[in-house]
Write a protein that binds this ligand. Structure first.
Ligand code: ZN
Length: 210
């Protein structure tokens, strides 16, 4: 069983949003096309409260994108984004949601950020995604969405840690920084992950169906 995990296709991460990723909207048609090749499709959704500790606005004297230590861990201070129940937090309406079986909301605890769809950044609280996938019999996890250098990468690393064969669909993600993405990918590949292009996914799955 193969799962597609679609990360962060939310208005605030798209052009015009609070924390836009350049070209983020361009990958949505591709993500829509890919969904049909998977046994299960999951989406993750940042779902922060307004007082979230990952927001620069909650740290007087700090600027957006400053790096601080929070509970002893490095934390980037983000512009306010994906505040629950706002338009910015909604999955973008261009995303086909017909095949999405579950939406995993993350970053709901104001005290800690959660880049990964599986765990918070301290690895103390699970979202339930690993159990959901294991109960479905999923062995392979393919990750796409936003952003390649943060939430896609952290989700994929936790997927490996959970024992899934894990792929990042390289042309179905965009990053805040290309350099950071390249660095993240080398760590991911060293840890046993694989990068793949969407054409290869489609060819592979078409063959295995025949
Ligand atoms: Zn967030």
């Amino acid at each position: 069983m193969k799962a597609l995990v679609i990360v962060g296709i939310q208005n605030d991460f798209l052009p015009g949003g609070a924390l836009p990723v350049k070209g983020g909207d361009a990958i949505i048609p591709l993500i829509n096309k890919l969904q049909q090749y998977f046994d299960t499709v999951i989406a993750t959704q940042d779902w922060h409260s307004a007082n979230h500790s990952g927001f620069a606005s909650n740290h007087p004297g700090k600027e957006k994108f400053d790096e601080i230590y929070l509970h002893g861990k490095p934390q980037t201070l983000w512009p306010d984004h994906c505040v629950k129940d706002t338009h910015g937090a909604e999955l973008n309406r261009m995303l086909n949601q017909n095949q999405i079986e579950a939406v995993i909301r993350k970053g709901t605890d104001p005290d800690i950020d959660s880049y990964s769809g599986f765990y918070d950044n301290d690895h103390l609280t699970a979202t339930g995604l690993a159990g959901y996938l294991k109960n479905k019999g999923v062995k392979e996890v393919y990750v796409a969405g936003l952003t390649g250098d943060y939430c896609v990468y952290y989700t994929a690393m936790d997927s490996l840690r959970e024992g899934f064969k894990t792929f990042i669909i390289e042309d179905a993600t965009r990053s805040l920084s290309r350099e950071a993405f390249d660095e993240a990918m080398s760590v991911f590949i060293s840890a046993g992950g694989k990068c793949i292009l969407s054409d290869a996914v489609i060819n592979l799955f078409c063959r295995s169906e025949n």
